[in-house]
Design a protein around this ligand. Structure first.
Ligand code: DAT
Ligand code: MG
Length: 140
């Protein structure tokens, strides 16, 4: 399969605990290349827009508040099968269900504060990358 790109976020619980470097190393060791990266502070409106697919879920407000509680690091990752590969490296949404060696098993605090986001499909990856990065910022 050709090289693929996915979008990733090092979430507030991880940036707060100074785990950005450790998480980047896990992504790189897993075969992904970080081809763009920046540390930003989301506004509440941006967090709500980013997670609008979950707007009707009971945890939506808590999720959006969490995402603005500290800076985040947004990234574009490139590699073979990058979307699926990244989901494997991240581990299951709930760290209690995540496999040993995954980012969430190793670092996540809870189901809500689970250290990392990764796109779930080609369409969302393309949308999420375009929302946070200009084309010139992607250096493959
Ligand atoms: P993922 O981040 O694995 O793609 P998701 O898209 O289903 O998971 O949910 C987005 C985030 O919302 C998830 O990373 C953590 C939070 N979340 C999901 N389900 C939750 C729940 N039942 N209670 C609290 N937070 C939840
Ligand atoms: Mg998701």
């Amino acid at each position: 399969m050709a090289l693929e790109r996915t979008f990733s976020i090092v979430k507030p619980d991880a940036t707060k605990r100074n785990l950005t470097g450790k998480i980047c190393a896990m992504l790189e060791d897993g075969g992904l290349r970080i081809i763009a990266q920046k540390r930003i502070q989301l506004t509440l409106a941006q967090a709500q827009e980013f997670y609008s697919v979950h707007a009707e879920r009971p945890f939506y407000d808590e999720l959006c508040e969490f995402m603005v509680s500290e800076p985040i690091v947004v990234q574009v990752l490139e590699g073979e099968n990058a979307i699926l590969r990244n989901r494997e490296i991240m581990g299951a949404t709930n760290p209690a269900d995540a496999e040993e060696g995954t980012i969430r098993k190793t670092h996540a605090l809870s189901l809500g504060e689970n250290s990392i986001h990764g796109s779930d499909a080609p369409e969302t990856a393309a949308e999420e990358i375009a929302y946070f990065f200009a084309g010139l910022e992607l250096v493959g």
